[in-house]
Write a protein that binds this ligand. Structure first.
Ligand code: PMP
Ligand code: GLU
Length: 397
């Protein structure tokens, strides 16, 4: 069958593809440690489930406003007022089927053919493909591990051209866990002040930060950027709600209205009862978030220490999110089970076969020399997984 040229520009999300493969192996009875898909292993808190059940019982089973119900948009605006002193009207909020969908809609709404979008690498797998689908051109800027995987202001300055339409910043970052301090953001903001491009601020891991790190974004660091920034966030990671598919965008009304128009011609509103659950998540007690983050931190400490003790691996200590992105360069070119390891992909295949540990190779995140493991898994699995990785890597000759 002839497929559209558009579909040939992109590939399926590797994160989801490997997660599906891992689930299939587990279902077949393979004792697999799954460090692949980035989703909290915790269940959604009970109060949130009850809100959805209540909404269902009350008959909240109809279409809602395309942009999401007003109380939810108001609660999102209120969260930004309360936590950051930022003022957004409910008409500057779009609720979509996950932050992924919100990002897709906004790229569709804001990009024209050949518009350049600066994306620091390593990056989350979907940005460049979403930019391509919208006719844009991803401009990848490789960050350096020595700089904590953060783009420097000199790198940003060099990457900006008259064709630059947008700059994407994801802090804390998937896959590296790197997070930008207020000082880092102020330095980037001073470069952006001189260049009138849009800013895409993906704040989905906002709450998952460690060691007292204080989350900020480019708008909180420099409020003069507010009117050309779209902030993305959602309930998936913070409240263990990946399957509910609720995320959102906050930004200037023209951008939000254009993205809502795209949404009105594709999915319409996100699921009504999931919106009721998200409202409870954002408005209710935030105690469970702290409990979950404390557990993620314990696991991070274990996985970073264990991976750094394996010869051939070095592991950056992330300030946020729930991923590690160890460097595997010394292992490349060596032989594993008689086969030369040419790439992170080869190593991920070897670890799946030999150690029964699923990780995601760095290639689709823009790095050939790293592999991503998520520690959104029980502490026991984190320990067992590291032990298996160690044994398998020790066999590499
Ligand atoms: N941004 C980043 C950086 C992510 O890792 C994810 C994970 N899925 C998303 C956005 C989208 O999350 P969701 O669609 O579940 O809200
Ligand atoms: N963001 C998560 C990950 O990177 C979930 C999968 C996806 O949406 O790509 O694993």
């Amino acid at each position: 069958m002839k497929l559209s040229d558009r579909t040939k520009l992109i590939k399926p999300a590797v994160t989801l593809a490997i997660a599906a493969k891992a689930q299939k192996l587990s279902a077949q009875g393979v004792d697999l440690i799954n460090f692949s898909a980035g989703e909290p292993d915790f269940d959604t808190p009970e109060r949130i489930k009850q809100a959805a059940i209540g909404a269902l019982k009350k008959g909240m089973t109809k279409y809602t406003e395309v942009r999401g119900i007003e109380p939810l948009r108001e609660a999102i605006a209120e969260k930004y007022r309360r936590e950051f002193g930022l003022n957004y009207d409910k008409d500057e909020v779009l609720v979509s089927c996950g932050a992924k969908h919100a990002l897709y809609n906004v790229f569709q709404a804001l990009l024209d053919n050949a518009d350049e979008v600066i994306i620091p690498s390593p990056y989350w797998v979907s940005y460049s493909d979403m930019v391509l689908l919208a006719g844009g051109v991803p401009k990848i800027v490789a960050t350096r591990e020595e700089n904590g995987f953060r783009i420097t202001s000199d790198q940003l300055k060099d990457a900006l051209t008259p064709r630059t339409r947008a700059f994407v910043l994801n802090s804390p970052c998937n896959p590296t866990g790197a997070a930008y301090s207020k000082g880092d953001l102020e330095a980037l903001a001073s470069i952006l002040e001189g260049h009138n491009c849009l800013i895409i601020s993906d704040d989905i891991y906002e709450k998952i930060v460690y060691d007292g790190f204080r989350f900020e974004n480019l708008v909180t660091a420099n409020p003069s950027l507010r009117d050309r920034t779209v902030i993305f966030n959602g309930v998936s990671k913070t409240y263990a709600m990946t399957g509910w598919r609720i995320g959102y965008a906050l930004g200037p009304a023209p951008a939000i209205s254009a993205a809502a128009k795209i949404q009105s011609q594709s999915t319409s509103n996100p699921t009504s009862i999931a919106q009721a659950a998200a409202l409870e998540a954002i408005r209710g007690s935030q105690d469970e978030v702290e409990t979950m983050v404390a557990q993620f931190r314990r696991r991070r400490d274990v996985i970073v220490k264990r991976l750094n003790s394996i010869p051939g691996l070095t592991c950056f200590n992330p300030q946020g999110a729930f991923y590690v992105f160890p460097n595997i360069r010394p292992l490349l070119g060596k032989k594993a089970n008689g086969k030369k390891l040419e790439s992170a992909c080869d190593l991920a295949d070897y670890l799946l076969e030999e150690a029964r540990v699923a990780g995601v190779p760095g290639e689709d995140f823009g790095s050939k020399e790293n592999i991503r493991f998520t520690y959104a898994a029980s502490l026991e699995d984190v320990e067992r997984g590291c032990e298996r990785i160690k044994k398998a890597i020790e066999k590499i000759g």
